[in-house]
Design a protein around this ligand. Structure first.
Ligand code: ADP
Ligand code: ZN
Length: 434
């Protein structure tokens, strides 16, 4: 297969006009396809909508939203839109926030997903001669097979290492001269810090490209990882409900993730009013599948908060760019009445070279008052034996955290490697306020 077919180049190179035209047609057929599922058939009947009412992409607002609860209510197969014998794969979400939901794919769906994923890796610079190690869990989690199929489609030499077993990961990277990896940012950080602790330099691994995603991370975390490994980090976004990875990915410019508008129709809404967010404003990402037959999903409320970046990307790709995820709406902490996202804390921590990359936010109550304690590991080489220096550094950090969130935050500096390490999505918050 030619590269242009592997990545669906005719889609990648679409102009804004072509995208708009394509989306109008694709939305019409996606809605007609959805109407074949018991769930959407009933839903359309309830609101008196005929698939023929949808004639252009602008008609999207006539459609109802779909929520995670709808997916749970329609479980196991209420949204199945084809004969079951056409399904060749199912996945479930990792269940970060409760009972998992099941998603079904036909052969064409799996093929389309592989194409979307392959082009993600391609725009980041990966090529068929690269050696790719997938350090994310296989199985129901989409980060395994999702990346795997995309990487194979691009023709890379794929090592399905799976999650965990850090010593083996490092061995494989070394022995097979891996040039491209996929992992969660927290696990990539763990691997690097383990190496540093063992007196080794992650730069000597020679990895060039890291696709990191599946959990929120800050630009400061990206910089720290790039410094440690000497590779370039590309943000990778996706969710099981929308296949998984392959939804949006950074190009070589590394400024926002191109979101594939032939695969999905993207909206940003104000989560309170459900109205479209103002241009460039942060809101909840809402997505509609445009190229999935087995289980089309309309206007899915992702609960992920982000914005669409204004302007054209210098790389020439016209597909819209999404900014870094601020977090999930359900990640937001309310501490002493103040809204705080874990990413705001991370941003401050990662600016400090003397700190490591692993941290956890501990919330407790002291006499009815919320207390926030940030436990963070010190970097391996940065303690010079002076308690005084450490005391000053800690005081500076507390001051910066207070400025960031607006209330006093306690800081607990701990030994390198002493906090629980994540192999997949990191648990950053422990809330013991009851
Ligand atoms: P679950 O919803 O159970 O975690 P998934 O494995 O489908 O199941 O995870 C998808 C979610 O992971 C997204 O909705 C988003 O919250 C998060 N996520 C994925 N990629 C990124 C990324 N690059 N940045 C921030 N968050 C991400
Ligand atoms: Zn670009």
């Amino acid at each position: 297969m030619e590269v242009s077919d592997q990545i669906g180049e005719r889609f990648v190179r679409m102009s804004r006009e072509e995208i708009a035209r394509f989306q109008g047609e694709a939305l019409k057929s996606s809605v007609a396809q959805a109407a074949k599922s018991p769930w959407y058939a009933a839903k359309f009947k309830e609101i008196g909508l005929e698939p023929g009412d949808i004639n252009s992409a602008d008609d999207i607002t006539k459609l109802p939203f779909t929520t995670k609860d709808d997916l749970r209510l329609s479980y196991p197969a209420g949204m199945l839109a084809v004969e079951p014998e056409r399904i060749i794969r199912m996945h479930t979400s990792s269940g970060t926030t409760g009972k998992p939901t099941a998603i079904f794919h036909t052969r064409e769906d799996v093929d389309c997903w592989a194409e979307l994923m392959a082009r993600c890796l391609y725009i980041a610079g990966a090529r068929s001669h690269d050696i790719f190690q997938n350090m994310s869990g296989y199985g129901l989690f989409t980060g395994g097979l999702g990346l795997h199929y995309g990487a194979e489609r691009l023709g890379m030499w794929c090592i399905p290492a799976g999650a965990g077993n850090t010593a083996r990961q490092i061995l494989l990277i070394r022995d097979f001269h891996v040039t491209v990896i996929h992992a969660t940012p927290s696990y990539a950080m763990h691997v690097a810090e383990r190496m540093v602790q063992d007196g080794e330099d992650p730069k000597r691994l020679g990895i060039k490209i890291a696709a990191l995603g599946a959990e929120p991370y800050t630009d400061e975390m990206r910089v720290k990882l790039q410094d440690l490994y000497g590779f370039k980090v590309f943000n990778s976004y996706g969710l099981s409900e929308m296949n998984g990875p392959g939804v949006a990915f950074e190009c070589e410019v590394q400024k926002g993730m191109h979101a594939w508008e032939d695969g999905y129709l993207f909206e940003i809404i104000n989560p309170d009013t459900l109205e479209p967010a103002k241009e460039g404003e942060v809101g909840e990402l809402v997505m509609t599948t445009l190229r999935r037959d087995g289980m089309p999903i309309l206007r899915y409320r992702t609960r992920d908060l982000t914005r669409m970046l204004p302007g054209d990307c210098p790389c020439g790709i016209a597909h819209v760019r999404l900014g870094r995820m601020v977090g999930r709406s359900d990640d937001m902490l309310i501490v002493r009445g103040v809204n705080v996202f874990p990413s705001q804390i991370e941003e401050v921590l990662m600016r400090h070279k003397w700190l490591g990359g692993n941290y956890v936010i501990h919330l407790t109550k002291k006499e009815a008052l919320d207390q926030m304690t940030v436990k963070v590991e010190i970097a391996k080489s940065s303690f010079d034996g002076s308690i005084d220096t450490l005391r000053h550094q800690r005081a500076d950090l507390r001051k910066e955290l207070r400025e960031q969130v607006g209330f006093g935050v306690d800081v607990d500096i701990v030994e390198p490697g002493s906090l629980p390490a994540s192999e997949g999505k990191a648990t950053r918050v422990i809330d013991e306020r009851g």
